[in-house]
Design a protein around this ligand. Structure first.
Ligand SMILES: C[S@@+](CC[C@H](N)C(=O)[O-])C[C@H]1O[C@@H](n2cnc3c(N)ncnc32)[C@H](O)[C@@H]1O
Length: 230
């Protein structure tokens, strides 16, 4: 397990690869998803806030992205499941998966990781030795003096299994308040989680209330119009 320092561009560096499938669960108005699509990634981008969703679509138009990005307006949990179904339906007979899940809602994103339990259970028959599983990049806050341990522990509790320590990095993003920092944990989805039999059911629509709080406190809620990226 590795603790890295740097800024948020690390994700862009890692993710902006042509032809990779990227699932942006909390995409806002598209400040990450749109440049990724411009660079040739195939991006499924979601935001629950209807206003952010509308502005994301406008920003896609402004940037003249004709293909390579697919906008959704769903709760994060429902979106993760829907996006996996939609991608797999592009070829029913062959294993299809995202290369990356990006989860930038630092206050509560870790809680959404339970969605990955059994996420691929319906497609296990298509999985073989050459198939890959996605990398998850999940933002979070911590006040801990041992962020690596505290964050991986929380991830493990939500997912029901600790992430593989040899393949996990915890990346410092920025300081947000005295003794409070934002981090991004990156780890591969394990096959035991992906194909778990205790698949999570989407039953809590009232999680919307939590979402509204975080929407209203986020700067991108106000910064709607993105520039046309080169
Ligand atoms: C921190 S912003 C991230 C925006 C963008 N990804 C970025 O990198 O700047 C979090 C976004 O998550 C959205 N959001 C909040 N709760 C959500 C939920 N339950 N499901 C989906 N999106 C949600 C908010 O509307 C907000 O646009």
């Amino acid at each position: 397990m590795e603790l890295l320092a740097g800024d948020n561009d690390m994700l862009a560096e890692v993710l902006f690869k042509p032809k990779e499938y990227v699932c942006d669960v909390f995409a806002g108005v598209g400040p990450f998803a749109i440049p990724a699509a411009k660079k040739g990634s195939i991006v499924y981008a979601n935001d629950l806030n209807p206003s952010s969703f509308e502005w994301m679509k406008k920003n896609i138009e402004t940037n003249k992205i004709l293909e390579g990005i697919r906008p959704y307006n769903l709760d994060g949990r429902a979106f993760i499941q829907q996006a996996v179904r939609d991608l797999q339906s592009t070829n029913e007979h062959q294993w299809k998966t995202f290369d990356h899940f990006v989860m930038n809602l630092p206050a509560i994103a870790i809680e959404f990781l339970d969605t990955f339990r059994g996420l691929y259970a319906d497609y296990k028959h298509l999985y073989d030795a050459n198939a890959k599983l996605p990398l998850i990049h999940c933002h979070c806050f911590t006040k801990s003096s041992d962020p690596l341990q505290e964050i991986t522990q929380r991830v493990g509790e939500v997912m029901g299994e600790m992430p593989d320590s040899l393949k996990t990095t915890v990346h410092w993003v920025r300081n947000v308040a005295p003794r409070k920092d934002m981090y991004c944990i990156t780890f591969p989805l394990s096959s035991t989680i992906a194909f778990a039999n205790d698949k999570r059911k989407i039953e809590k629509d009232n999680e919307q209330e939590d979402a509204d709080v975080s929407m209203n406190s986020h700067p991108y809620f106000f910064a709607k119009s993105l520039p046309a990226y080169m």
